[in-house]
Write a protein that binds this ligand. Structure first.
Ligand SMILES: NC(=O)CCC(=O)C(=O)O
Length: 276
């Protein structure tokens, strides 16, 4: 088993054109695979503008999703794992903000439906009510790969440390967060949250956003980044399109956990965090 592997975060400018967004995703995945990435991740709503009006219009059902079919094919042809950011998913009469994960054969091996929906009203700055459209996901997601266990959560989920603790307890060594923070809360908390979740759990956090697009009312922050288990941002982008490459070193996690054994020092006789 390889102890060091390369990941790629594709920061794409999402436009009002599903085909174009998917095409760009595919182009970036192919380029990242060619450059040696083994796990390639896209941002939250990578095929759909982050806008209440478009979520239902762009939504697809898993069983006949054009987006997922194309991603599956590119994962298989390039022999890479792909975390397909998130897309609006429709199931029966419900909608979810869902991330699908593909293995190197193009099979869906995990799916995470956003469990904390972003309902905020920052006066005069940001108003979003995802729960007007989406239903809540019910599961905390960790899946296995040939490299390590990987946790998956979407954007606002990152503000809930219990979820990340549970992913760590389930064995995740890397946690991927497709996200779309905005230019108000991004500068306040994005960097802090990525680092905090990494330090809390002594894991790598890979947080991947779409690029900034000033044509949209909800302006996405960008700044995809990776934190190591000590909370150092080891690689990052600015607000523009691009691919971020980073190395995940599983031996480094072991070293950090040996030298600073905080996970062993938890007082489970006094408290615990568990799934209900
Ligand atoms: N799409 C989201 O969940 C945005 C989360 C966000 O911006 C935050 O401040 O939290």
């Amino acid at each position: 088993m390889e102890r060091v592997f390369k990941i790629a975060l594709c920061q794409i400018k999402v436009e009002n054109d599903k085909e174009k967004n998917i095409e760009k995703g595919i182009k970036y995945i192919k380029e990242a695979a060619k450059n040696g990435a083994k796990l390639i991740c896209l941002g939250e709503m990578f095929n759909c503008p982050y806008r209440k009006e478009t979520f239902k219009e762009y939504a697809e059902e898993e069983k006949n999703s054009k987006t997922l079919k194309i991603i599956s094919k590119v994962a298989k042809e390039n022999k890479v794992y792909v975390i397909a950011g998130s897309i609006p998913e429709k199931e029966n009469d419900k909608y979810y903000n869902t991330s699908f994960v593909f293995d190197k054969e193009g099979n869906v091996i995990a799916k995470h439906r956003k469990i904390h929906l972003y309902d905020v009203d920052i006066k005069g700055k940001v108003f979003v009510k995802e729960s007007d459209i989406f239903s809540y996901g019910q599961d905390i997601t960790v899946f296995d790969t040939e490299y390590c266990k990987i946790g998956l959560s979407i954007c606002y989920d990152i503000r809930f440390p219990e979820v990340f603790r549970i992913m760590e307890q389930k064995g995740a060594k890397l946690i991927v967060v497709p996200a779309a923070f905005n230019i108000v809360t991004g500068p306040m908390h994005w960097d802090l949250l990525v680092k905090a979740r990494a330090v809390d759990n002594q894991v790598y956090i890979a947080a991947v956003s779409p690029a900034r697009n000033y044509d949209e009312k909800y302006v996405i922050y960008g700044h995809s980044k990776v934190s190591d288990p000590l909370g150092n941002i080891v690689d990052s982008l600015d607000e523009k399109e691009g691919i971020l490459y980073s190395e995940i070193n599983l031996d480094y996690i072991s070293k950090v956990r040996e030298e600073l054994p905080l996970l062993k020092h938890r007082r489970s006789d006094l408290y615990e965090v568990k799934i209900k």
